[in-house]
Design a protein around this ligand. Structure first.
Ligand SMILES: [Zn+2]
Length: 103
C-alpha cells in the first residue's frame, strides 16, 4: 500500500530538474561593445544593430544576442542592462540640469 503523497513529491522533484536544465541551456554574458554595428543574433538569427556600450553576448564569445533572446534566456542579465540604461538616462538629465544650479 503506497501513499499518494509520495507520487506528488516525485513530480515536484522532476519539475525542478527540468527547470534547472532549461536555464542552463544558453550561457550569456554582458560585455562592453566597442562599436555599434549590424549583427545577426547568435540565437534567433534576427538582424539587429548593436549599440556601443553594454551588450549581451554568448558567454565566452563575441557573438551578439538580441534583447528578445536575452529576456528569454537571461532575464536577470537583461534587468541589469535596463538598470544600466536607466543610470545613463539619469546622468544625462543631471548634466543638463546642473548648469542652472551654478548661477
Ligand atoms: Zn535573438
Amino acid at each position: 500500500m503506497f501513499e499518494v503523497n509520495e507520487d506528488a513529491q516525485n513530480d515536484e522533484d522532476l519539475a525542478d530538474a527540468e527547470q534547472m536544465e532549461e536555464s542552463n541551456q544558453v550561457a550569456l554574458a554582458i560585455k562592453l561593445n566597442g562599436e555599434s554595428s549590424a549583427y545577426e543574433c547568435a540565437l534567433c538569427a534576427d538582424e539587429r544593430t548593436s549599440a556601443e556600450g553594454l551588450e549581451l553576448f554568448l558567454a565566452d564569445t563575441w557573438d551578439l544576442v538580441c534583447d528578445e533572446c536575452g529576456r528569454k534566456y537571461a532575464p536577470l542579465l537583461m534587468a541589469l542592462m535596463d538598470l544600466g540604461a536607466a543610470a545613463e538616462g539619469y546622468a544625462a538629465v543631471r548634466d543638463t540640469v546642473s548648469p542652472a544650479d551654478n548661477d
